[in-house]
Ligand binder design. Structure first.
Ligand SMILES: [Ca+2]
Length: 194
């Protein structure tokens, strides 16, 4: 996986309205798709884009849609502010518990708190962003619909995850990986067109 600078300037875009009700998390060979209150559907991993395109009206978020949803009207480094400590209670990030589990020093890449989850956390374990969206930052990287032309082509990921660093858990940070890549720290979010 590759990464890009999170120091981009914020710019205006035009987006169509959509509903964002569903969230899936990826871990090895199986995904758990959570739909509404307590409803869980289990299915075997396939490429996210192929999965959502097989269901009418479902799609993955465009990268711009993802950032609009993550920021929820904010303009700071995180939707909680610019201080990494402000994200405490809102996201499963690379924290002191991760470094302790890995027996690594808590350096500048580590958030300065223990969020209780050294690895992945169940979806919705933390407080949502100002628009009520859970896990927008941290936990698992989220595949987006955007693809960077190749060769080889690269799929865009956003949001950072539990085992990277502060720089990648920002609203503006971008990740890139092979479209068919499979990682224990990636998942995807689904939107429903009205
Ligand atoms: Ca954590």
């Amino acid at each position: 996986m590759e990464y890009a600078s999170s120091k981009r300037l914020i710019h205006s875009i035009c987006l169509l309205p959509c509903y964002m009700h569903l969230w899936a998390e990826g871990n090895t060979n199986q995904l758990s798709l959570r739909a509404g209150a307590g409803q869980t559907i289990e299915f075997i991993w396939i490429k996210p884009r192929q999965f959502v395109m097989g269901v009418p009206a479902w799609d993955m978020l465009a990268e711009a849609e993802w950032e609009y949803a993550c920021r929820a009207g904010t303009t700071n480094t995180f939707f909680t502010g610019d201080d990494p400590a402000s994200l405490r209670g809102y996201a499963n990030v690379p924290d002191l518990s991760l470094r302790a589990q890995l027996r690594e020093p808590a350096d500048a890449s580590t958030f300065p708190f223990d969020d209780g989850y050294p690895f992945t956390a169940p979806v919705g374990s933390f407080k949502p962003n100002p628009w009520g969206l859970y896990d927008m930052i941290g936990n698992v990287f989220q595949w987006c619909a955007d693809q960077i032309p190749g060769p080889p082509p690269k799929q865009v990921l956003r949001g950072g995850c539990y085992n990277q660093n502060i720089e990648l858990c920002r609203c503006a940070a971008r990740g890139f990986a092979a479209p068919c890549g499979r990682y224990s720290y990636t998942g995807f979010r689904i939107v429903l067109a009205p």
